[in-house]
Design a protein around this ligand. Structure first.
Ligand code: FES
Length: 175
């Protein structure tokens, strides 16, 4: 330290610095924020989102993730969050329904189209439809009815026809 002082370098007393071990974990980005998961690597992404980050927009449908309720975007693609373990998300960029609106608070065009077409019943399935719809519009900017009907999503309130109209509205396609 004396040598540092002699050279005019900044010094610190030994009590100022506490060495900390590096916590190993799985680094990922969720809705633009960086996180490190240090728990069970086999935890499904859905529980990490809902129970750890408290992002409860993504819902559980069936335990096999085949009805679209639990879809999120992983690196831009719709993925079942109940089927995806944290171990497979190192370096991933995850977007949930909470991350769809723009920073200025304006809605994603598909969210706005759902409102405009009144395509929301109880709302339980809506986050999954939005994620599946965005994935579809990325792959196919002008989707047909058939393309939309092939999505895995299910709705118990019977709003599928209005969802179809909303996706086509966002695509600028006549319903
Ligand atoms: S709006 Fe209720 S399950 Fe789809």
């Amino acid at each position: 330290m004396q040598q540092a002082q002699a050279q005019g370098l900044p010094t610190a007393t030994t009590g100022d610095v506490t060495p900390e071990p590096v916590r190993e974990g799985i680094d990922l980005i969720v809705n633009g924020e960086r996180f490190r998961h240090t728990g069970d690597p086999l935890m499904p992404l859905l529980w990490y989102l809902r129970d750890v980050l408290r992002l409860t927009g993504t819902k559980l449908g069936d335990a096999h993730g085949e009805d679209g309720y639990d879809l999120v975007l992983v690196n831009g693609k719709a993925v079942s969050a109940i089927k995806r373990p944290m171990a497979r998300l190192a370096g991933a960029r995850v977007t949930t329904v909470e991350g769809l609106a723009h920073a200025d608070g304006s809605l994603h065009p598909l969210q706005q189209a759902f409102i405009d077409e009144d395509a929301i019943g109880c709302g339980y399935c809506t986050p999954g439809w939005l994620i599946a719809g965005i994935d579809l519009l990325t792959r196919k900017p002008k989707p047909s009815d058939e393309d939309i009907d092939k999505l895995p999503n299910r709705c118990r309130c019977g709003v599928q026809t209005r969802v179809r109209r909303a996706i086509k509205r966002a695509a600028g396609v006549k319903a």
